[in-house]
Design a protein around this ligand. Structure first.
Ligand code: IPE
Ligand code: IPE
Ligand code: MG
Length: 264
């Protein structure tokens, strides 16, 4: 048994085509299509958000089973604040409820909850629920489970630039010495590897201000499924799709096959 499969619970049947030694370390997901899923069924949009939570549960379990190290879920964008008030408050309420009810399972997974985004804009009780989940799980050694909340990729870069400028002003860093690695250290979850795989559900082909810096070389998997329909089987298809790709990082196929550039 390979080392990456050692934590897989016995009862789970894994997809035979997925190579456990080449699972993406970091998967990021734009969970889109809740509203359309509901409206297509004659339901109110919020029913789609509620159903979407079941997908979140299932995908977290699947990530644990396949040994994904980090999962970043785009749950609420900075632009989503402009949605109708009642939808925003229902999303905040659901998030709070989710964090409270799922904490036990998250602990069982030994997952470490994190958040990225401008949390100061969240309603106080939602913010407290996020901070509580983060604090309770901070010593867990399993998967990093990152919720992007009130998150914008451009905002993240601006926030990084502000902190960088402050440190330059204080003389802690030399502007001439700033390189990509040094800049990236100022991003929200700087210790995580860049996403290897970016999934977007909801039949759209855009990144909607998600992890703009970090997805430079992510493989994209665009799913026609609405988020509430995106379950374990769809996630496994995304992994199979990912494993068929050749990641070249600007090199030629020959170079990749010869193992060049592995560390650059
Ligand atoms: C994604 O589903 C959830 C959030 C953005 C919070 P949407 O609510 O965007 O659903 P559609 O795209 O309108 O169907
Ligand atoms: C992206 O979905 C944000 C989240 C999934 C949280 P949106 O529904 O907000 O994206 P656009 O507006 O279609 O680009
Ligand atoms: Mg949408």
């Amino acid at each position: 048994m390979s080392s990456s499969s050692s934590n897989v619970p016995n009862e789970v049947e894994l997809h035979p085509e997925i190579d456990l030694d080449h699972v993406p370390r970091h998967v990021a997901i734009i969970m889109d299509g809740n509203g359309r899923w509901a409206v297509d069924r004659g339901l109110e949009r919020n029913a789609g958000h509620r159903e979407g939570i079941e997908s979140v549960r299932e995908i977290i379990r699947a990530c644990r089973d396949y040994g994904v190290e980090a999962l970043t879920l785009y749950a609420f964008s900075i632009e989503n604040w402009n949605r109708p008030k009642d939808e925003v408050s229902e999303l905040m309420r659901l998030l709070e409820e989710y964090l409270e009810t799922e904490l036990a399972e998250v602990m069982e997974h030994e997952a470490q909850v994190r958040s990225i985004g401008r949390l100061d804009r969240l309603p106080p009780s939602t913010r407290r629920a996020v901070e509580h989940a983060v604090a309770e799980t901070k010593n867990n050694q399993g998967m990093k489970l990152v919720f992007a909340l009130s998150y914008g990729g451009r905002t993240e870069i601006v926030d990084a630039a502000r902190r960088l400028a402050r440190d330059a002003e204080l003389g802690k860093i030399d502007p001439e010495g700033i390189d990509e690695k040094g800049f990236a250290a100022y991003l929200y979850a700087a210790d995580l590897p860049d996403p290897d795989l970016l999934i977007r559900t909801g039949a759209e082909q855009r990144v909607s201000n998600f992890l703009l810096w970090q997805i430079a070389y992510a493989e994209l998997h665009l799913s026609e499924k609405m988020w509430p329909e995106f379950r374990r089987a769809e996630f496994e298809s995304a992994l199979v799709d990912y494993q068929r790709r050749e990641r070249r990082f600007g090199l030629t196929s020959d170079q990749v096959r010869d193992g060049e550039g592995a560390d650059s």
